[in-house]
Write a protein that binds this ligand. Structure first.
Ligand code: SAM
Length: 329
């Protein structure tokens, strides 16, 4: 029986944060004053919880953080996750979200370990702007090499996530259009969500989907592609057949009604929504030596209480205490 929540949504995608440490201090994510705040678990503990999730119908696992490549036992976890089998007898789809700084050397070993896809975060395609946003100097070239290594390793289609922030990088849209075509990657622009440590979010800083499309029209003609109901991204292809981009618009075009996701934080808490105000302590049950059946009951209980939707921009919206870098994006 798949996991179905009380709003009729089937939950198939699990995101596991394997650390809340990060080697970047992106202006819209971390203040730079705090480092890691939550515990990291052992790989066998993540694996055990993932196994129970998969036994309940999860078919896709994305590893994230913090920066997941900072864990030097990551390959071991991927190798073990790749041995799991869904109810259909298939290996789960294994994806990774990374800032790419350490990816150039890791791409081929990740593929060999069983990773199927990688998403790389890049908020600019100019070295100086990149440094201004990440607050790390000289990393752009390493990330570019990471993007190329990922493609070569067969971790494609490589997706690039770009969070647009007014005043920082909204004028990079056209440059990313060119980058998508030159580097043969799918660029996805993401609207900034109120999940940052510095509490700087306001509707004025969000660059909405409509503006991205307007800017891209100035670069090259494109048309919309069909997208899966549970997909977060609206997809577009350039008319000459070379290159694709997408827009993920949780603020101006929420997709909660089709959400198929559930999250496990680095300290082993289940979050049913990025904007959840509560969590379910699955790892406490692991520590207490509970059985797989008991873990399954905790997961089912959490899924049954998954929120209908987020309330960004509405009066009374409460920003969650745990922020993106600590939840796992
Ligand atoms: N370190 C990895 C990375 O950079 O991809 C994984 C973790 S990071 C938190 C995951 C994604 O969340 C990144 O693409 C990042 O740009 C995005 N992100 C962080 N804060 C965000 C926010 N407030 N709104 C929208 N996206 C955000």
């Amino acid at each position: 029986m798949p996991l179905v929540d009380s709003h009729g949504r089937t939950i198939r995608d699990l995101r596991i944060s394997v650390t809340d440490r990060c080697n970047y201090r992106c202006v819209y994510c971390r203040t730079g004053e705090h480092g890691a705040q939550f515990a990291e678990l052992t790989m066998p503990d993540y694996l055990r919880m993932a196994r129970v999730f998969v036994s309940l119908g999860i078919t896709k696992i994305r590893l994230t953080g913090g920066e997941p490549l900072l864990r030097n036992d990551l390959l071991e976890l991927i190798r073990e996750l790749a041995k799991l089998r869904t109810a259909e007898g298939k290996a789960p789809e294994l994806a990774l979200t990374t800032n790419g700084h350490l990816l150039a050397e890791m791409a081929a070993p990740l593929r060999q370990a069983g990773l199927t896809r990688v998403t790389i975060s890049m908020d600019a395609v100019e070295p100086e702007r990149f440094a201004r946003i990440t607050r790390v100097k000289g990393s752009y070239q390493a990330v570019l090499e990471g993007v190329r290594a990922a493609r070569q390793a067969g971790l494609g289609p490589v997706k690039i996530n770009c969070v647009l922030l007014r005043g920082f990088n909204e004028d990079q849209v056209e440059a990313f259009g060119r980058f998508a075509r030159d580097e043969q990657v799918v660029v996805r622009f993401i609207e900034f969500m109120p999940l940052e440590e510095g509490r700087v979010w306001s509707p004025d800083v969000v660059v909405p989907l409509a503006e991205v499309l307007r800017r891209m029209q100035g670069f090259a003609p494109f048309h919309e592609l069909a997208h899966e109901a549970s997909s977060t991204a609206r997809r577009y292809a350039f008319d000459d057949g070379r290159g694709e981009f997408g827009v993920i618009a949780p603020v101006s075009l929420p997709f909660c009604g089709a959400c198929s996701r559930i999250r496990l934080t680095s300290d082993g808490k289940i979050r049913t929504c990025l904007f959840s105000l509560g969590e379910y302590d699955l790892h406490a049950a692991v520590r207490e030596g509970r059985s797989d059946l008991e873990l399954a009951r905790i997961i089912e209980h959490a899924v049954a209480h998954k929120e209908a939707r987020h309330h960004i921009g509405e009066p009374g919206f409460v920003q969650p205490g745990r922020t993106m870098v600590h939840i796992g994006g």
